[in-house]
Design a protein around this ligand. Structure first.
Ligand SMILES: Cc1ncc(COP(=O)(O)O)c(C=O)c1O
Length: 419
């Protein structure tokens, strides 16, 4: 839409915001620099050091697992988790393309980093639809997927926006079919399912410390497991798969995936603030929820009886009767708002015009041009739930540094969209 939306009568008396309001950015507390400084002053500016050891220990202990391997990113952690799972299932000696010829079930509504590592290993992702109660993998659709492809032995599950998936159901379906479960807890560090940390239910788990996550090192990730041998293999692969020999000797393909001790210093300092970050995120979610009462929108849902999310991103979904017509192509969007109805793309455009960052719900993988020809297993009803959530949903600013006054401005814009 080319016209200046701020001139629309719904927004024309709204003053331009002077400060940009971001979706979620890093916030440092001061402790981080002590650990970075220490590494600097002692010349541990490399991929070994005390910060790395501490961060591995703290993360594993917090999630409730025995071993953590600090890596350069959450994507690297997912890659090695998937390679390890594939090696265990298909017993490839080289680990090179060990999923070749095999299908893997994977969350459909997620970030591409959940899925791409399946392809790095030569596998074929089969996308599983979401349910409406948590916006995560629908157990009924997963069960249906196993009835169509009974030979599948690996499931990759995300906890979207910090809301735990239906872990009991998904774990027991995996067990019943002898499949391994990789948990992508990149967005959900600190979220609880029945009192237990997400990330502690899978056979292997990946978390992320990138710049927008609940705690950050600017970048970084971690592989987590209870299996000592698995942790050792991942650690070896992450440092070019060097064999124990005086010279460089390799019997497997490796990667340069280890975390830097400087990055680990930042994460180490951030760890002291994780609960504070989670409770601020919860306040933001709760304020939005309260403010939107009476509007045709709902917050991203969770199972309040069994779960305590980390509320990493607050999102809304517009009710069908609050939606104006909105048409999306792969790269563009058109909409026609009238009669008190709006849509995510209009909201995003207005928010952007007032220097507020928002983002569409992660576009489902089966709708991505790169994965167009992959199989997709829809929910039991045959509806594409996650296509619907994508069409009607929007991620709102959830930055822990956002003031109440700033959040009120975001709320005001959303309300005016329905004006
Ligand atoms: C769901 C999900 N999986 C994986 C990743 C990848 O993490 P990283 O950016 O640390 O590689 C991210 C974050 O970007 C994510 O949101």
């Amino acid at each position: 839409m080319d016209k200046d939306i701020t001139k629309d009568k719904r927004f024309s008396d709204l003053k331009q915001f002077t400060e940009r309001i971001p979706l979620a950015i890093p916030h440092m507390h001061g402790d981080e620099i002590r650990y970075v400084q220490d590494a600097y002053e002692t010349d541990w500016v490399t991929t070994v050091g005390e910060n790395i050891n501490e961060v591995e220990h703290m993360t594993a202990e917090y999630v409730g697992l025995h071993y953590g391997v600090a890596l350069s990113s959450g994507t690297a952690a997912l890659h090695l988790a998937i390679r390890l799972a594939a090696d265990n299932i298909y017993h490839s000696d080289l680990g090179d393309g060990s999923l070749r010829g095999h299908k893997v079930f994977c969350s459909d509504m997620t970030f591409a980093a959940t899925v791409n590592p399946i392809v790095y290993e030569g596998g074929e992702p089969v996308f599983i639809d979401s349910e409406y109660e948590t916006w995560n993998m629908d157990p009924a659709a997963l069960e249906k997927a196993f009835s169509v492809y009974p030979d599948v032995k690996l499931v990759v599950l995300v906890h979207l926006y910090g809301i735990p998936a239906k872990l009991d159901e998904i774990r027991s379906i995996c067990n019943a079919h002898g499949a391994l479960l990789v948990e992508d807890a990149a967005e959900s560090l600190g979220a609880l399912y029945k009192g237990r940390q997400t990330g502690s239910f899978g056979d292997y788990t990946a978390v992320s410390f990138n710049g927008n996550k609940i705690i950050t090192g600017s970048t970084g990730g971690m592989f987590l497991t209870n299996n000592c041998e698995a942790a050792d293999r991942v650690r070896k692969w992450s440092t070019q798969a060097r064999d124990t020999a005086a010279w460089y000797q390799h019997t497997e393909i490796g990667y340069n995936y280890r975390m830097s001790n400087i990055v680990a210093g930042i994460i180490r300092g951030q760890w002291e603030h994780i609960e504070e970050h989670i409770s601020r995120k919860k306040e933001i979610y709760t304020r939005y929820k309260k403010a939107f009462q009476g509007l045709p929108v709902r917050m991203n849902p969770y199972d309040a009886e069994n779960c305590e999310p980390n509320f990493w991103l607050s999102c809304i979904q517009i009710d069908p009767d609050g939606m104006c017509p909105q048409e999306r192509t792969d790269t563009d969007s058109r909409w026609e708002s009238s009669g008190g109805k709006s849509c995510p793309d209009e909201m995003m455009t207005v928010l952007k015009a007032f220097h507020v960052e928002s983002r569409p719900i992660w576009k489902p993988m089966h709708l991505q041009p790169i994965y167009h020809s992959n199989k997709f297993i829809s929910s039991e009803t045959g509806n594409e739930n996650d296509t619907d959530i994508f069409q009607r949903g929007l991620c709102l600013p959830s930055d822990i540094g956002m003031s109440d006054a700033e959040q009120d401005k975001v709320i005001d814009v959303i309300k005016r969209c329905f004006g």
